[in-house]
Write a protein that binds this ligand. Structure first.
Ligand SMILES: [Ca+2]
Ligand SMILES: [Ca+2]
Length: 190
């Protein structure tokens, strides 16, 4: 509406040719309208940035770079953790790059300092030994491209370690572990 009035006012001014003092009310109208228009523009920009650069996380998740994370210290098998994350609106976390690795290890360090704790991530080689994938849902698994294995890992101890955990004691390095061991876990919503 305001934009329409502004366009209309500018057109009307141009019809007058040389503007004289008796056109002041019109000019004032344009000035006021233009001010409102700028406010409208700012408002739209604000909405754009609010909606475009940040997303609303499920309750209890924290937002980092438009992704949402929640660390839960509920001792769970890998499969239980997977279900838990799904129920609260996410999935077990995947790590795409060093930046995301830093974000997740940072959250865990904030919660646990340097304590010897481990948290499940979404990785597994349960489909084929030593072919590590982020498991996802509904056939959406994908190969793990970024890795931060602790030296000597994955070692597939007793031919039974098929699930990926993040070791806070090893400064966030990856380890393969049996899936029935009870760990905390990291959920992520995208
Ligand atoms: Ca394995
Ligand atoms: Ca291992």
């Amino acid at each position: 509406m305001c934009a329409y009035v502004l366009r209309r006012s500018i057109r009307d001014i141009s019809l007058y040719g040389n503007i004289t003092s008796h056109h002041f009310p019109l000019l004032i109208n344009v000035k006021v309208c233009y001010s409102v228009y700028k406010i409208c523009l700012r408002h739209d920009t604000f909405l754009f940035f609010t909606l475009g650069l940040s997303i609303t996380c499920p309750e209890g998740f924290e937002n980092h770079n438009s992704r949402c994370y929640k660390v839960l210290d509920v001792p769970s098998s890998w499969a239980e953790a997977k279900v838990y994350c799904s129920v609260i609106g996410g999935d077990l976390a995947i790590i795409d790059d060093a930046n995301e690795h830093g974000i997740i290890t940072g959250i865990i360090q904030r919660l646990h300092g340097s304590n010897d704790v481990h948290h499940w991530l979404d990785g597994s080689d349960v489909l084929a030994e030593n072919e590590w994938r982020w498991m996802g849902h509904h056939g959406g698994s994908k190969p793990i491209t970024y890795t931060k294995w602790n030296p000597g890992q994955p070692d597939n101890t007793d031919s039974a370690e098929h699930f990926l955990e993040l070791s806070n004691f090893w400064h966030g390095a990856f380890n393969d572990m049996r899936g029935d061991v009870r760990r905390g876990f990291v959920c992520e919503a995208r």
